[in-house]
Design a protein around this ligand. Structure first.
Ligand SMILES: C[S@@+](CC[C@H](N)C(=O)[O-])C[C@H]1O[C@@H](n2cnc3c(N)ncnc32)[C@H](O)[C@@H]1O
Length: 226
């Protein structure tokens, strides 16, 4: 995708988001955006059609046990991170609030062992409590417009972790003294304090820069009791 196409896709997504927020339903725009793309991944600004390099790198560095373990991918989009975790050896569940995104995953990966589902991070089933050994969250929290919704999301993720489980959060990052930009609302270390407030301990906090020179945070959490 060219820089111009990417900028156009971002501007369109921002407009979808602003309209949804103004209408009082801040998560409704994702499905509308996926549908409007009509199968063109170039219209989805975050679609890489490959796994997140910061996830791949992290897995390569940590060599965590995956055989017989369950992983959960939050806001899975077009499914690349879920597929990567399945190849790594996890039994993977992946969900997204957008039915169109989930249908798109099925179309892209018809033979996939991943359990794809439509679900809402803000209202996850209690059946998932303590169930997942690895949870991957990339860029969903920061697409939620306020800290109250992010806290609800953090509580839900914390309760889905198995004892000794790992939650890996990857987000656009900003320092507390940096002005809050527009969507995708980079998160500050203070914003991410919601996770320790939900009973998780921070194992590592990395400040990274992506290929476009944009600051990202990659944070590894585990239950405080483990
Ligand atoms: C910025 S995209 C990131 C997608 C993917 N994680 C990635 O890194 O490519 C955020 C994703 O989260 C999904 N999403 C937003 N709010 C959600 C919610 N409350 N529950 C589940 N998924 C949600 C959106 O549909 C979208 O696919």
């Amino acid at each position: 995708m060219s820089d111009d196409q990417r900028a156009l896709a971002r501007a369109r997504a921002r407009q979808f988001a602003l309209d949804a927020i103004a209408g009082g339903d801040p998560t409704s725009w994702f499905d509308a955006l996926y549908r409007s793309a009509s199968g063109d991944a170039g219209a989805i600004p975050w679609a890489r059609l490959g796994p997140n390099p910061m996830l791949v790198e992290w897995l390569g560095m940590h060599h965590i046990e995956a055989t017989g373990k369950r992983a959960l991918v939050v806001g899975c989009g077009l499914g690349d991170d879920a597929e990567a975790l399945a190849k790594y050896g996890f039994d993977v569940s992946a969900f997204d609030i957008s039915p169109e995104a989930i249908e798109w995953c099925h179309r892209r990966f018809p033979e996939s062992p991943v359990h794809y589902a439509v679900d809402n991070l803000l209202a996850l089933t209690d059946d998932w409590n303590g169930r997942f050994h690895f949870i991957m969250e990339a860029y969903t929290l920061q697409a939620l417009p306020d800290q109250t919704l992010r806290m609800q999301a953090a509580k839900n993720l914390a309760r889905c972790l198995a004892p000794n489980g790992v939650l890996l959060v990857i987000c656009f990052g900003r320092e507390p003294n940096e002005v809050q930009a527009s969507l995708p609302w980079p998160l500050s270390p203070d914003d991410l304090a919601i996770f320790p407030q939900c009973g998780l301990r921070e194992v590592s906090f990395e400040r990274l820069t992506d290929a476009e020179g944009v600051k990202r945070f990659r944070v590894h959490y585990e239950p405080a009791s483990s």
